[in-house]
Design a protein around this ligand. Structure first.
Ligand SMILES: Nc1ncnc2c1ncn2[C@@H]1O[C@H](COP(=O)(O)OP(=O)(O)OP(=O)(O)O)[C@@H](O)[C@H]1O
Ligand SMILES: O=P(O)(O)OC[C@H]1O[C@H](OP(=O)(O)OP(=O)(O)O)[C@H](O)[C@@H]1O
Ligand SMILES: [Mg+2]
Length: 287
């Protein structure tokens, strides 16, 4: 009998593709990608990749055609499929926002009462406004939504925003956020035990990669007079390593710093007398 494999659906080409493939490669999973091949099996992990249009992924995972999928939360929430979100992946971050022509005076959400709104996300748009007691007519279009007000299709739009560049170049301004999104790993909710086991192994690898991405390895030199002050600033995975240098009275300290408070800690280290600070990326971090 063939050993069990888990089947994962990822976007063929688009805003999710590159980062999805990068993540699985960083997890040490080898596979061929690119070209016109829509299905490929890894040579060193029990996983098969399907390359699909993103909109189809939640449905495939709900039906069990794929066991796992990578999808933007925005698409998932719009279609309300019965799947489990097993991991937030931290990339393809964007928001679904309401926008209106730049020269309009915005008066708050009541502005939208009775208006026509063009969007690829009618369910999320209606649910958000309905909750505030605002009734609108949505016009569903599948792309280039930002063009709608200028061609008289709608008075406002509700679409994905990241840098805001597309809104700006189409004479629109963002006035309210409906939903904050990022890529997530989803799973069919009836995986058998063998597949659950493969998923657990995959999640362990993803966690190790993500932890590494959120931390930096720091090496620095310190004189013994400053050692206590500097050690107190360095958390490390347990506590910092302290090694004597050949020059008497001097030590080398090794530690791990979280990306979030990185610059603050570096400044405090310098003030406390740290010298020759080296900062290195961490590929994987296993607790
Ligand atoms: N500008 C952006 N910045 C960051 N993330 C984005 C941006 N635009 C979209 N996304 C996220 O990436 C997902 C995929 O976007 P993309 O534009 O590739 O979709 P698509 O055109 O529908 O692709 P497909 O051809 O697979 O149907 C979106 O659902 C959203 O979660
Ligand atoms: O705020 P910005 O950084 O300008 O990004 C927002 C744009 O990005 C997405 O479209 P995309 O470029 O993926 O094209 P698409 O319409 O073909 O999906 C989205 O639909 C917006 O139009
Ligand atoms: Mg799509």
């Amino acid at each position: 009998m063939e050993p069990t494999k888990i089947r994962i659906a990822v976007q063929k080409s688009g805003r999710l593709s590159e980062e999805s493939l990068k993540l699985f490669k960083e997890c040490g999973i080898k596979f061929e990608s690119g070209g016109s091949k829509l299905k490929t099996v890894s040579s060193n992990f029990p996983i098969e990749f399907l390359f699909l249009r993103d909109d189809d992924i939640p449905g495939y995972v709900e039906d069990g055609v794929a066991d796992l999928g990578v999808i933007g939360e925005n698409v998932l929430m719009e279609h309300k499929r019965q799947v489990d979100i097993v991991k937030e992946l931290g990339f393809s971050k964007c928001r679904l926002s309401l926008a209106i022509p730049r020269n309009e005076v915005y008066t708050g959400l009541e502005y939208f009462q009775g208006k026509n709104i063009a969007t690829s996300y009618p369910n999320l748009t209606n649910a958000f406004l309905d909750k505030q007691g605002i009734q609108v007519t949505t016009h569903e279009i599948s792309g280039s939504v930002e063009i709608a007000p200028s061609i008289g299709l709608a008075e406002a739009i509700c679409d994905i925003v990241s840098t805001g560049g597309t809104l700006l170049s189409n004479g629109l301004k963002e006035v309210a956020t409906v939903f904050n999104s990022q890529a997530v790993l989803i799973s069919n909710n009836t995986l058998d035990l063998a597949k659950q086991d493969i998923l657990a192994k995959l999640l362990f690898r993803i966690d190790s990669v993500q932890r590494g991405q959120n931390a930096k390895y720091v090496v620095l030199n310190a004189h013994e007079d400053n050692l206590d002050k500097i050690t107190a600033l360095l958390p490390g995975m347990k506590s910092p390593s302290v090694m004597p240098l050949t020059e008497k009275g001097w030590y080398s300290l090794h530690s791990v710093i979280s990306e979030n408070d990185f610059w603050e800690i570096i400044e405090s280290l310098r003030t406390a007398g740290a010298e020759g600070i080296l900062v290195l990326p961490i590929e994987k971090m296993i607790l």
